[in-house]
Design a protein around this ligand. Structure first.
Ligand SMILES: [Zn+2]
Length: 95
């Protein structure tokens, strides 16, 4: 049986004995954010983005701290965030 290959983004050092439940994982990408929970003061924090893929699942997952979403969900989120930010930037443009 041939050894399944890691996707190009995998940064894991796999133990061959764990091949049956192999989890491919990217490096963690920290993102500096200013975050506010309603009622609390804003605070500087770091969020952590990661890609992972269990080899018995059809597609990878995008991890945003404790939240895990599909790549298609992440694309929709990026599109909608971009649209919202475009509106904010439009408000700041000189008239
Ligand atoms: Zn891997």
């Amino acid at each position: 049986m041939s050894e399944p290959k890691c996707p190009p983004w995998c940064a894991s050092l796999h133990d061959d004995e764990l091949a049956a439940d192999r989890r491919h994982q990217s490096g963690v990408r920290p993102v500096a954010v200013v975050k506010r929970i309603p009622g609390d003061a804003p605070a500087a924090e770091e969020m952590h983005l990661v890609l992972f893929h269990f080899q018995d699942e059809p597609e990878p997952w995008v991890g945003i701290d404790q939240l895990q979403i599909t790549p298609e969900s992440a694309r929709r989120l990026v599109r909608e965030l971009s649209a919202l930010l475009y509106q904010v930037e439009g408000e700041r443009s000189p008239q």
